[in-house]
Design a protein around this ligand. Structure first.
Ligand SMILES: NC(=O)c1ccc[n+]([C@@H]2O[C@H](COP(=O)([O-])OP(=O)(O)OC[C@H]3O[C@@H](n4cnc5c(N)ncnc54)[C@H](OP(=O)(O)O)[C@@H]3O)[C@@H](O)[C@H]2O)c1
Length: 249
């Protein structure tokens, strides 16, 4: 289990995972694109287990790294500093936000395989991409709790995938293994396991109200057998068809 979790990207998803990590007794190193000084408020809020650094330093000084950035920035992840590390990739591909990425639109690669191609010497695991930030915190439960939810993980390296599953367990979730990164389309946007199951019935609201609503609803428990069934039911869709939101920001 890592003692120190690094974050490249400390926005909604990164911060939600960092909150669980601090609650679980791990140290966290936050980073973003604008510099450590812009993270002083969040560091203070998280307390003595948190510090801020540049992305390169966060990568270098952490045992395991969560990359929680928009996919369009994937090629700025510090490949050299991440070599040999397990990296959890939370990103989803939304062409409206990320611009068209030909290899994804052509279905040649999954989005996390693209990240792995950039981080050739790291072990990338897709995780935390199917749940909204508020529900990461509100649905976390201790190991063995009857109302525990599960999240999918996918990776090419079995040891790194096991490490990711172990981290999820410590943070409050069971893990359902999807397969390797080639199979990780099964949890990309618009698939059955993606976001909606953890939200339950969504009221008929517009995009802005939807995002606000997700911060007010506690979410719905999605146990491991249900996640496994949803993952198995996925049908591959065209990556370029994904539309923002009403499910992901
Ligand atoms: N929000 C959701 O509901 C949700 C759910 C599941 C998965 N996801 C996925 O998770 C990823 C993060 O989402 P989010 O909602 O947390 O986004 P967000 O709130 O916009 O945060 C993005 C973070 O990435 C940082 N960043 C951007 N470019 C960077 C770079 N080149 N180097 C280092 N840091 C960089 C930003 O820092 P600056 O602010 O300094 O630029 C910010 O801290 C996205 O790919 C998203 O699709 C989101």
């Amino acid at each position: 289990m890592p003692d120190t979790l690094g974050f490249i990207g400390s926005g909604m998803i990164g911060l939600a995972v960092a909150r669980l990590a601090v609650a679980a007794g791990l140290d966290v190193v936050l980073s973003n694109s604008r510099g450590p000084e812009t993270l002083a408020g969040l560091v203070a809020e998280l307390g003595p287990r948190a510090r801020a650094a540049t992305p390169a330093k966060a990568a270098r000084t952490s045992d395991l790294v969560v990359a929680a950035i928009p996919l369009h920035a994937f090629d700025r992840l510090p490949a050299r500093e991440l070599a040999g590390k397990t990296v959890l990739d939370t990103a989803n591909y939304y062409p409206e936000r990320d611009g068209g990425i030909a290899a994804l639109d052509a279905g040649e690669l999954t989005s996390t395989a693209l990240v792995q191609r950039h981080l050739a010497d790291a072990h990338v695991v897709k995780a935390f991409n199917t749940i909204t930030p508020h529900q990461i915190v509100s649905l976390a439960r201790p190991s063995g709790a009857p109302d525990r939810s599960a999240l999918p993980v996918a990776g090419d390296d079995p040891k790194a995938t096991a490490e990711a599953a172990e981290l999820l367990d410590v943070l409050g979730f069971d893990a359902v293994r999807v397969g390797n990164l080639g199979e990780s389309w099964r949890t990309e946007p618009d698939t059955p396991a993606y976001v909606r199951p953890y939200l339950g019935d969504v009221p008929p609201v517009d995009v802005e109200e939807f995002l606000l609503w997700t911060t007010r609803t506690p979410g719905v428990v999605v146990p491991a057998p249900q996640v496994a069934a949803l993952v198995a039911a996925a049908v591959r869709r065209v990556a370029s068809a994904a539309r923002l939101p009403s499910a992901d920001a």
